[in-house]
Design a protein around this ligand. Structure first.
Ligand SMILES: [Zn+2]
Length: 133
């Protein structure tokens, strides 16, 4: 089974999130065939389209999800894998993991961007505190 490497999840996290035993996942990763419902549950836990795991698109219509391809990593993911564009029905072109990776890279590469991200985080923390109070 291909594609599981695209996730930042560890094998243990994937087992916990999908509810599929780690031993089963390990066997699939070594190329053993998988049942349809197992593939769909794994894809759901990985926030990927089932076709990302099987290299065939026949399982994708069996889910209720709408899929988009990330402009950056080219993974096909359900809409919840993308950040909504506020005030529009659209989502960002890059998936959440790609956006997070780029933000991390900018944070480490650019001192100004780092200062801006820290200020933003402080502002958001303050807002959350005020919302609780
Ligand atoms: Zn991506």
């Amino acid at each position: 089974m291909a594609g599981t490497k695209r996730s930042d999840l560890s094998a243990a996290q994937l087992a916990e999130r999908s509810g599929i035993p780690g031993g089963t996942i390990a066997r699939l990763e070594r190329g053993r065939p998988a049942r349809t419902d197992i593939i769909i549950r794994l894809a759901d836990a990985l926030v990927l389209a089932p076709s990302e795991l099987t290299e065939s698109t026949e399982l994708d219509p069996l889910t209720d999800e709408i899929y988009r391809q990330c402009k950056s990593c080219l993974a096909v993911r359900p809409l919840r894998g993308f950040l909504p564009l506020k005030g529009t029905p659209y989502v960002y072109l890059r998936c959440r993991p790609c956006r997070a990776r780029r933000a991390r890279e900018r944070y480490h590469a650019d001192p100004q961007e780092r200062a801006a991200q820290i200020r933003r985080a402080q502002r958001n923390r303050l807002k959350r505190r005020q919302a609780v109070a």
